[in-house]
Design a protein around this ligand. Sequence first.
Ligand code: PLP
Length: 240
Amino acid sequence: VIAVDLFGQPADYDALGVIAEREDLFVLGDGAQSFGATLNGKKVGCLADVSTTSFFPAKPLGCYGDGGALFTDDDDIAVIARSIRQHGKGQQKYEIDRVGLNSRLDTLQAAVLLAKLVVFEDEIENRRRVASAYDQALNDDVIIPAVLPGAKSVWAQYTVRTKCRDQLAAHLKTAGIPSAVYYPRPMHLQGAYLAFGAGESSLQVSERLSQEVLSLPMHPYLPSEEVERIGEIVCSFEHS
Ligand SMILES: Cc1ncc(COP(=O)(O)O)c(C=O)c1O
């Protein structure tokens, strides 16, 4: 089972774990958007058999180019992952055991990450402050994001829902406020995966949400006054 921690909070790993155990499957957690988040006090990275994250600049802990990491406490998987990371390398130098990749974390990116790790916890706190300010500013005007009981989000995105999504995005744009749709087309309707799913109307919740979601500006240094201003502009649309 591949679980994706969307918008900064962990998926429901307790529920998924029960299903995986019953069906003799393992859980791979995609923590690209949730690195730093917790579920019932446990950090992302140790919630699934194997977890991954991304250090792409747009992520909560972003470097200045490409980067990522994989976490597991399974020694056998760790050996294989390290091998794949480096061209399928075996135990000895120039010994190739499998078809691999070049997925080493570049030294310069690692240096950037080490520096940014120092302020990472503060940045997460700031993101939480921004999210609470949005919660207050928006109230009932749009559907605000819910966080799973026991979860603490790192707020990679602050994503609201409204049936008038495209009109609201246009209204914000007129006021000079950027917004983004994550994601306009669900996975089962993507060309690459069409053959594996049951097509249109087969996953109606995903399809509806892809029409309704809108992510508002979110970063750790967004001033509260700016969040209030964005809130007022959203409200002025709803009430117009
Ligand atoms: C949920 C999720 N998974 C995976 C990725 C891919 O990350 P990367 O491009 O670093 O491999 C992203 C980034 O866009 C993401 O948001």
